[in-house]
Ligand binder design. Structure first.
Ligand SMILES: Nc1ncnc2c1ncn2[C@@H]1O[C@H](COP(=O)(O)OP(=O)(O)OP(=O)(O)O)[C@@H](O)[C@H]1O
Ligand SMILES: [Mg+2]
Length: 344
Protein backbone atom coordinates (compact mmCIF):
# COMPACT_ATOMS: atom_id res chain seq x y z
CA UNK A 1 0.00 0.00 0.00
CA UNK A 2 2.80 2.40 0.87
CA UNK A 3 6.39 2.27 -0.32
CA UNK A 4 8.98 4.85 0.59
CA UNK A 5 12.09 4.34 -1.49
CA UNK A 6 15.27 6.03 -0.27
CA UNK A 7 13.44 9.18 0.79
CA UNK A 8 15.54 12.11 1.99
CA UNK A 9 14.40 15.48 3.32
CA UNK A 10 16.61 18.35 4.35
CA UNK A 11 15.80 21.82 5.60
CA UNK A 12 17.81 24.99 5.29
CA UNK A 13 17.79 26.97 8.47
CA UNK A 14 19.92 30.05 9.10
CA UNK A 15 22.37 28.92 6.45
CA UNK A 16 22.66 25.47 8.01
CA UNK A 17 21.38 22.34 6.35
CA UNK A 18 19.43 19.96 8.57
CA UNK A 19 19.08 16.41 7.25
CA UNK A 20 15.74 15.48 8.80
CA UNK A 21 15.28 12.22 6.88
CA UNK A 22 18.15 10.27 5.32
CA UNK A 23 17.49 7.68 2.61
CA UNK A 24 14.60 6.13 4.50
CA UNK A 25 12.94 3.11 2.89
CA UNK A 26 9.92 1.23 4.14
CA UNK A 27 7.00 -0.85 2.90
CA UNK A 28 3.60 -0.92 4.56
CA UNK A 29 1.17 -3.67 3.57
CA UNK A 30 -2.55 -3.08 3.07
CA UNK A 31 -4.49 -3.38 6.31
CA UNK A 32 -1.41 -3.19 8.49
CA UNK A 33 -0.96 -1.01 11.57
CA UNK A 34 2.56 0.22 11.05
CA UNK A 35 4.33 2.20 13.74
CA UNK A 36 7.29 4.54 13.55
CA UNK A 37 9.02 5.18 16.85
CA UNK A 38 11.99 7.26 17.87
CA UNK A 39 13.06 10.04 20.17
CA UNK A 40 12.26 13.70 19.64
CA UNK A 41 13.79 15.17 16.50
CA UNK A 42 14.41 11.75 14.92
CA UNK A 43 12.47 12.81 11.81
CA UNK A 44 9.21 10.90 12.41
CA UNK A 45 6.80 13.74 11.62
CA UNK A 46 8.80 14.73 8.56
CA UNK A 47 8.73 11.14 7.29
CA UNK A 48 5.00 10.69 7.80
CA UNK A 49 4.31 13.99 6.02
CA UNK A 50 6.21 12.68 3.02
CA UNK A 51 3.60 9.92 2.62
CA UNK A 52 0.89 12.43 1.64
CA UNK A 53 3.44 14.86 0.17
CA UNK A 54 2.65 17.56 2.72
CA UNK A 55 6.43 17.40 2.78
CA UNK A 56 7.80 16.72 -0.71
CA UNK A 57 11.00 14.65 -0.50
CA UNK A 58 14.27 16.17 -1.71
CA UNK A 59 15.09 12.81 -3.24
CA UNK A 60 13.61 9.32 -3.34
CA UNK A 61 10.20 8.02 -4.36
CA UNK A 62 6.78 7.63 -2.76
CA UNK A 63 4.49 4.88 -4.07
CA UNK A 64 0.86 4.51 -3.01
CA UNK A 65 -0.96 1.37 -4.12
CA UNK A 66 1.88 0.70 -6.54
CA UNK A 67 1.66 4.12 -8.18
CA UNK A 68 4.58 6.56 -8.04
CA UNK A 69 3.05 9.78 -6.68
CA UNK A 70 6.29 11.67 -6.04
CA UNK A 71 5.69 14.13 -8.86
CA UNK A 72 1.90 14.51 -8.37
CA UNK A 73 0.56 18.08 -8.44
CA UNK A 74 -2.80 19.86 -8.65
CA UNK A 75 -5.83 17.63 -9.20
CA UNK A 76 -3.92 14.34 -9.09
CA UNK A 77 -2.36 15.33 -5.76
CA UNK A 78 -5.76 16.36 -4.35
CA UNK A 79 -7.37 13.09 -5.45
CA UNK A 80 -4.54 11.06 -4.01
CA UNK A 81 -4.84 12.92 -0.69
CA UNK A 82 -8.51 11.98 -0.49
CA UNK A 83 -7.28 8.42 -0.01
CA UNK A 84 -5.53 9.50 3.17
CA UNK A 85 -6.86 10.82 6.45
CA UNK A 86 -4.61 12.34 9.06
CA UNK A 87 -4.85 12.99 12.80
CA UNK A 88 -2.49 14.97 15.01
CA UNK A 89 -1.45 15.33 18.63
CA UNK A 90 -3.50 18.51 19.13
CA UNK A 91 -6.64 17.39 17.27
CA UNK A 92 -6.90 20.55 15.06
CA UNK A 93 -10.70 20.79 15.33
CA UNK A 94 -12.61 23.92 14.33
CA UNK A 95 -13.50 25.42 17.70
CA UNK A 96 -16.42 27.52 16.40
CA UNK A 97 -18.18 24.51 14.86
CA UNK A 98 -20.10 21.68 16.51
CA UNK A 99 -18.84 18.11 16.40
CA UNK A 100 -21.42 17.45 13.67
CA UNK A 101 -20.21 20.38 11.55
CA UNK A 102 -16.54 19.52 12.05
CA UNK A 103 -17.23 16.21 10.35
CA UNK A 104 -19.78 17.57 7.85
CA UNK A 105 -17.23 20.14 6.59
CA UNK A 106 -14.88 17.34 5.57
CA UNK A 107 -17.70 15.65 3.63
CA UNK A 108 -18.76 18.91 1.95
CA UNK A 109 -15.18 19.66 0.96
CA UNK A 110 -15.30 16.44 -1.04
CA UNK A 111 -18.67 17.32 -2.64
CA UNK A 112 -20.71 14.76 -0.68
CA UNK A 113 -24.41 15.17 -1.68
CA UNK A 114 -26.29 17.26 0.91
CA UNK A 115 -28.87 14.50 1.48
CA UNK A 116 -26.19 11.94 2.38
CA UNK A 117 -24.35 14.07 4.94
CA UNK A 118 -26.50 13.56 8.06
CA UNK A 119 -26.50 9.77 7.73
CA UNK A 120 -22.79 9.66 7.06
CA UNK A 121 -21.93 11.90 10.05
CA UNK A 122 -24.08 9.73 12.29
CA UNK A 123 -22.38 6.55 11.08
CA UNK A 124 -18.94 8.08 11.66
CA UNK A 125 -19.89 9.20 15.17
CA UNK A 126 -21.09 5.69 15.88
CA UNK A 127 -17.70 4.31 14.85
CA UNK A 128 -16.01 6.44 17.51
CA UNK A 129 -18.72 6.05 20.21
CA UNK A 130 -19.77 9.71 20.18
CA UNK A 131 -23.34 9.77 18.87
CA UNK A 132 -24.50 11.76 21.91
CA UNK A 133 -22.02 14.60 21.25
CA UNK A 134 -23.09 15.68 17.74
CA UNK A 135 -24.36 19.13 18.76
CA UNK A 136 -21.61 19.89 21.26
CA UNK A 137 -18.68 22.28 20.65
CA UNK A 138 -15.09 20.96 20.92
CA UNK A 139 -14.37 23.13 23.99
CA UNK A 140 -16.69 20.99 26.12
CA UNK A 141 -15.08 17.69 25.11
CA UNK A 142 -12.28 15.82 26.86
CA UNK A 143 -9.00 15.33 25.01
CA UNK A 144 -9.91 11.75 24.20
CA UNK A 145 -13.32 12.79 22.85
CA UNK A 146 -11.70 15.51 20.72
CA UNK A 147 -9.35 12.95 19.24
CA UNK A 148 -12.30 10.68 18.49
CA UNK A 149 -13.96 13.54 16.59
CA UNK A 150 -10.70 14.03 14.69
CA UNK A 151 -10.68 10.31 13.83
CA UNK A 152 -14.29 10.51 12.58
CA UNK A 153 -13.39 13.54 10.48
CA UNK A 154 -10.27 11.85 9.09
CA UNK A 155 -12.37 8.84 8.08
CA UNK A 156 -15.14 10.96 6.51
CA UNK A 157 -14.16 10.34 2.90
CA UNK A 158 -13.44 6.62 3.35
CA UNK A 159 -9.68 6.89 3.05
CA UNK A 160 -7.55 3.79 2.47
CA UNK A 161 -4.79 5.12 4.70
CA UNK A 162 -4.89 6.83 8.10
CA UNK A 163 -1.78 8.76 9.14
CA UNK A 164 -1.45 9.48 12.86
CA UNK A 165 1.18 11.85 14.23
CA UNK A 166 1.51 11.41 18.01
CA UNK A 167 -2.27 10.98 18.17
CA UNK A 168 -2.23 9.82 21.80
CA UNK A 169 0.67 11.87 23.13
CA UNK A 170 -1.54 14.58 24.65
CA UNK A 171 -3.87 12.07 26.31
CA UNK A 172 -3.95 10.35 29.67
CA UNK A 173 -3.69 6.59 30.01
CA UNK A 174 -7.42 5.93 29.92
CA UNK A 175 -8.08 8.01 26.81
CA UNK A 176 -5.00 6.55 25.14
CA UNK A 177 -6.42 3.05 25.72
CA UNK A 178 -9.75 4.11 24.24
CA UNK A 179 -8.12 5.54 21.10
CA UNK A 180 -6.05 2.35 20.71
CA UNK A 181 -9.21 0.22 21.02
CA UNK A 182 -11.08 2.32 18.46
CA UNK A 183 -8.22 2.33 15.95
CA UNK A 184 -7.77 -1.44 16.26
CA UNK A 185 -11.49 -2.02 15.77
CA UNK A 186 -11.71 0.28 12.74
CA UNK A 187 -8.60 -1.35 11.29
CA UNK A 188 -10.18 -4.78 11.70
CA UNK A 189 -13.57 -3.78 10.31
CA UNK A 190 -12.42 -1.73 7.33
CA UNK A 191 -8.87 -3.03 6.62
CA UNK A 192 -7.71 0.58 6.56
CA UNK A 193 -3.92 0.86 6.56
CA UNK A 194 -2.66 2.84 9.55
CA UNK A 195 0.71 4.55 9.91
CA UNK A 196 1.14 5.78 13.47
CA UNK A 197 4.13 7.65 14.79
CA UNK A 198 4.82 7.96 18.47
CA UNK A 199 7.53 8.16 21.08
CA UNK A 200 5.34 6.16 23.49
CA UNK A 201 6.53 2.53 23.53
CA UNK A 202 3.51 1.53 25.58
CA UNK A 203 1.30 2.53 22.65
CA UNK A 204 3.66 0.72 20.28
CA UNK A 205 3.41 -2.62 22.10
CA UNK A 206 -0.40 -2.51 22.21
CA UNK A 207 -1.21 -1.14 18.79
CA UNK A 208 1.37 -1.90 16.12
CA UNK A 209 1.70 -4.95 13.91
CA UNK A 210 5.14 -3.86 12.75
CA UNK A 211 7.53 -1.15 13.87
CA UNK A 212 10.24 0.94 12.28
CA UNK A 213 12.70 2.60 14.64
CA UNK A 214 14.07 5.99 13.62
CA UNK A 215 17.19 7.63 14.95
CA UNK A 216 18.76 10.79 13.66
CA UNK A 217 16.83 10.76 10.37
CA UNK A 218 17.47 7.11 9.56
CA UNK A 219 15.36 3.99 9.88
CA UNK A 220 17.75 1.91 11.93
CA UNK A 221 15.61 -1.18 12.39
CA UNK A 222 12.23 -2.50 11.29
CA UNK A 223 10.35 -5.65 12.12
CA UNK A 224 7.46 -7.45 13.72
CA UNK A 225 6.45 -5.74 16.98
CA UNK A 226 7.02 -8.79 19.17
CA UNK A 227 10.41 -9.34 17.56
CA UNK A 228 11.48 -5.73 18.11
CA UNK A 229 10.48 -5.94 21.77
CA UNK A 230 12.10 -9.31 22.42
CA UNK A 231 15.19 -9.03 20.22
CA UNK A 232 15.99 -5.37 19.57
CA UNK A 233 19.25 -5.15 17.65
CA UNK A 234 20.02 -1.46 17.30
CA UNK A 235 21.07 0.45 20.45
CA UNK A 236 18.20 2.93 19.89
CA UNK A 237 15.65 0.09 19.75
CA UNK A 238 17.21 -1.45 22.83
CA UNK A 239 16.98 1.87 24.70
CA UNK A 240 13.33 2.39 23.71
CA UNK A 241 12.30 -1.17 24.55
CA UNK A 242 14.07 -1.25 27.90
CA UNK A 243 11.74 1.52 29.09
CA UNK A 244 8.79 -0.84 28.81
CA UNK A 245 10.46 -3.86 30.36
CA UNK A 246 12.39 -1.89 32.86
CA UNK A 247 13.58 -4.13 35.66
CA UNK A 248 15.49 -2.33 38.33
CA UNK A 249 18.25 -4.07 40.19
CA UNK A 250 17.62 -3.28 43.89
CA UNK A 251 19.77 -0.41 45.03
CA UNK A 252 22.69 -1.20 47.34
CA UNK A 253 22.61 -4.82 46.26
CA UNK A 254 25.96 -6.37 47.01
CA UNK A 255 26.94 -9.77 45.73
CA UNK A 256 29.11 -12.15 47.62
CA UNK A 257 31.72 -14.25 45.85
CA UNK A 258 29.37 -17.24 45.85
CA UNK A 259 26.47 -15.28 44.38
CA UNK A 260 25.44 -14.50 40.86
CA UNK A 261 22.76 -12.20 39.47
CA UNK A 262 20.81 -13.39 36.43
CA UNK A 263 18.18 -11.78 34.26
CA UNK A 264 15.84 -14.22 32.57
CA UNK A 265 13.63 -13.26 29.67
CA UNK A 266 10.92 -15.71 28.77
CA UNK A 267 8.20 -15.76 26.16
CA UNK A 268 4.99 -17.69 25.86
CA UNK A 269 2.58 -18.61 28.61
CA UNK A 270 4.96 -20.99 30.39
CA UNK A 271 5.18 -19.97 34.01
CA UNK A 272 8.58 -19.66 35.61
CA UNK A 273 7.83 -21.14 39.07
CA UNK A 274 8.39 -24.77 38.00
CA UNK A 275 11.73 -23.76 36.51
CA UNK A 276 12.87 -22.04 39.68
CA UNK A 277 11.85 -24.92 41.97
CA UNK A 278 13.43 -27.42 39.60
CA UNK A 279 16.72 -25.49 39.68
CA UNK A 280 16.82 -25.39 43.47
CA UNK A 281 16.02 -29.10 43.67
CA UNK A 282 18.40 -30.37 41.01
CA UNK A 283 21.39 -28.20 41.76
CA UNK A 284 23.09 -27.29 44.98
CA UNK A 285 22.13 -23.63 44.73
CA UNK A 286 19.82 -21.24 46.55
CA UNK A 287 17.55 -19.24 44.26
CA UNK A 288 16.30 -15.83 45.31
CA UNK A 289 13.70 -14.05 43.19
CA UNK A 290 14.42 -10.32 43.35
CA UNK A 291 11.99 -8.98 40.78
CA UNK A 292 9.54 -10.25 38.17
CA UNK A 293 7.35 -8.68 35.55
CA UNK A 294 5.20 -9.73 32.63
CA UNK A 295 4.20 -7.37 29.84
CA UNK A 296 1.96 -8.15 26.93
CA UNK A 297 3.22 -7.24 23.47
CA UNK A 298 0.40 -7.43 20.96
CA UNK A 299 -1.38 -9.67 23.43
CA UNK A 300 1.58 -12.07 23.69
CA UNK A 301 3.33 -12.34 27.05
CA UNK A 302 6.95 -11.36 27.60
CA UNK A 303 8.33 -11.96 31.07
CA UNK A 304 11.45 -10.76 32.80
CA UNK A 305 12.75 -12.23 36.04
CA UNK A 306 15.68 -11.15 38.14
CA UNK A 307 17.16 -13.94 40.28
CA UNK A 308 20.16 -14.44 42.51
CA UNK A 309 21.94 -17.77 42.65
CA UNK A 310 24.07 -18.71 45.62
CA UNK A 311 26.23 -21.81 45.81
CA UNK A 312 29.49 -23.48 44.79
CA UNK A 313 30.80 -22.20 41.49
CA UNK A 314 30.53 -25.52 39.64
CA UNK A 315 26.86 -25.83 40.67
CA UNK A 316 26.12 -22.27 39.59
CA UNK A 317 27.65 -22.97 36.19
CA UNK A 318 25.47 -26.08 35.81
CA UNK A 319 22.31 -24.33 37.01
CA UNK A 320 23.02 -21.46 34.67
CA UNK A 321 23.40 -23.62 31.62
CA UNK A 322 20.25 -25.55 32.55
CA UNK A 323 18.26 -22.30 32.81
CA UNK A 324 19.72 -21.02 29.55
CA UNK A 325 18.28 -24.06 27.81
CA UNK A 326 14.80 -23.42 29.18
CA UNK A 327 14.28 -19.71 28.60
CA UNK A 328 14.30 -17.22 25.76
CA UNK A 329 17.28 -15.23 26.97
CA UNK A 330 19.62 -15.37 29.93
CA UNK A 331 21.96 -12.57 30.95
CA UNK A 332 24.47 -12.32 33.78
CA UNK A 333 24.40 -8.97 35.56
CA UNK A 334 26.84 -7.29 37.89
CA UNK A 335 25.67 -6.09 41.29
CA UNK A 336 24.91 -2.66 39.86
CA UNK A 337 22.75 -4.24 37.17
CA UNK A 338 25.33 -3.31 34.58
CA UNK A 339 27.92 -5.24 32.65
CA UNK A 340 25.32 -7.44 31.03
CA UNK A 341 26.62 -10.59 29.46
CA UNK A 342 24.39 -12.74 27.33
CA UNK A 343 24.69 -16.40 28.18
CA UNK A 344 21.98 -18.08 26.19
N1 LIG B 1 10.05 23.05 8.66
C1 LIG B 1 11.25 22.81 9.20
N2 LIG B 1 12.29 23.66 9.05
C2 LIG B 1 13.49 23.39 9.59
N3 LIG B 1 13.80 22.29 10.29
C3 LIG B 1 12.81 21.40 10.48
C4 LIG B 1 11.49 21.60 9.95
N4 LIG B 1 10.72 20.54 10.30
C5 LIG B 1 11.53 19.71 11.01
N5 LIG B 1 12.77 20.22 11.11
C6 LIG B 1 13.92 19.57 11.79
O1 LIG B 1 14.04 18.25 11.30
C7 LIG B 1 14.35 17.33 12.34
C8 LIG B 1 13.27 16.27 12.42
O2 LIG B 1 12.07 16.85 12.88
P1 LIG B 1 10.71 16.04 13.07
O3 LIG B 1 9.67 17.01 13.47
O4 LIG B 1 10.45 15.23 11.85
O5 LIG B 1 11.08 15.07 14.26
P2 LIG B 1 10.12 14.14 15.16
O6 LIG B 1 10.78 12.82 15.20
O7 LIG B 1 8.73 14.21 14.67
O8 LIG B 1 10.24 14.81 16.59
P3 LIG B 1 9.10 14.95 17.76
O9 LIG B 1 9.04 13.60 18.41
O10 LIG B 1 9.69 15.98 18.67
O11 LIG B 1 7.84 15.37 17.11
C9 LIG B 1 14.50 18.17 13.59
O12 LIG B 1 15.85 18.45 13.75
C10 LIG B 1 13.71 19.43 13.29
O13 LIG B 1 14.22 20.51 13.98
MG1 LIG C 1 6.93 14.88 15.49
Amino acid sequence: MIVLDKVSVSFKQKGRIISAVKEASLTVAKGEIFGIVGTSGAGKSTLVRVINLLQPPGSGRVLIGGEDITAFKGASLRNMRLKMGMIFQHFNLISGATVYDNIAFALKANCCPEAAIAGKVHALLEQVNLTDKAQVYPASLSGGQKQRVAIARALANDPEILLCDEATSALDLENTEEIIRILRRINKETSITIVFITHEMDVARKLFDRIAVMADGEIVEAGDTYQIFTEPRHPMSQALVSRVLNIEVPEHLELEASEELLKITYTGEKAYEPLISKVSKEFDVLVDILHGKIEYIQGKPLGVLLIKLNGPEAEIVNARSYIAGQVFKLERLSAGGKGEERIG
